[in-house]
Design a protein around this ligand. Sequence first.
Ligand code: NAP
Length: 469
Amino acid sequence: MPIATVNPASGETLRTYDELGTGEIDERLAKAASTFRSYRLTTFPERARLMERAADLLDQDQEAVARTMTTEMGKPLAAARAEAAKCAKAMRWYARNAEGLLGDEQPAGSDVADSGAAWARVRYRPLGVILAVMPWNFPLWQVIRFAAPALMAGNVGLLKHASNVPQTALYQGDLFRRAGFPEGVFQTLLISSTAVEGVLRDRRVAAATLTGSEPAGRSVAAIAGDEVKRTVLELGGSDPFVVMPSAEVERAARVAVTARVQNNGQSCIAAKRFIVHTDVHDEFTRLFTARMAGLTVGDPMAESTDVGPLATEQGRTDVEELVDDAVQRGATVLCGGRRPRDLRQGWFYEPTVLTGITPDMRIHHEEAFGPVATVYRVQSLDEAVEAANDTPFGLSSSIWTSDEAEQERFVRDVEAGGVFFNGMTASHPALPFGGVKRSGYGRELSGHGIREFCNATTVWHAAEPASDT
Ligand code: NAP
């Protein structure tokens, strides 16, 4: 894919970029490695001061960077502003909490005297140069949720961003440099996905994190495995949104719309499969469909727009093919199911609700990365859990019920990295984020996220011998 800004609302190519050559990549790797040698020795307060400064700059830049994101990948402008604000918040959260999260740990539970120790602890030390391969859908947030903890831990970062968001990618390198981080602490590499292997195999790179599709994750993990380098993978999702009879159905239907169409339907943690108990199925489906059909689709720069275009032409084709396959195999379209008639340019697709989904349909087991919802009818919680788990993915989940026994049962049995009761899945700096099954492994955010790229080092001190005899 060429490295270029192409406005998805018009299809117009606004700017193209040359890829870095091998010599330039090597220079940046050398810079990262040499910077790590000194940066790792900085103190938490020194790093925190720089991170807070970067957060302040980001707040000042909010409108401009939001417009860049919307221009490059089509999310509604209000959502882009909110994304920038959320990033600044996460940067401050890590600036203020990193030292506490990475302080020396006493070994949990029993004492270690029987190992001959006077004392022992775990110290979290940075790993080195971390390669981040990132997607376009939250072009700022995906990067910051890697960079804020990684840099606060004393690592340095190399960013290979998605090829369709080069301006947002370059902005981020610039942001950390303007904040005063030493040159080489965070560098953007404008490279294609085929150049990732060479960077990852380079001995100066210690580990990698990838957020993106399953094929990309598999490829990076295979190379990292071959090199015995640590990885975190945040891949796709097809999150269930379960509605039980005790739910507030009107509220569930309202939140369901946001949960499905946020970011124009292109969020890994969007609710994608709506699994509804038969007692409330018809009411939920009616309310949900009416709201989905009433959304305003259009120019993402317009404040009144709910749903902008898909980020790429291929992305829209993928969604169209999933819907067409389902319809050909007997699914019913309750709303949408086509391109908007009045938007001839750009990669728009109408918010769509499908029912009558069967296991032979691709959409039953593939991720719909666009504003397309599937609604399933179930007879019991057992059936709901079975349906929720009937997917290769396991990112997050939500269940709407006021019955505590049902809530506990769902937490016990659902195969997912998150469970949200009576609300939509969202990420927060203090809460671990990540999945199971084909949604990947490892965690971002919280203490779990910052420790992923640390060397948990056992430090052991011998007890004084009782006597020398
Ligand atoms: P993608 O095509 O996998 O691209 C993601 C990144 O990986 C891009 O930088 C891409 O570079 C690179 N890439 C692609 N193939 C690669 C390969 N074989 N080797 C190395 N790098 C490779 O995914 P996307 O279309 O941008 O993003 C959508 C997917 O990301 C969805 O499945 C979504 O669910 C998932 N996602 C997951 C999370 C999460 O936290 N779990 C969050 C957001 C998105 P190029 O752009 O140059 O191809």
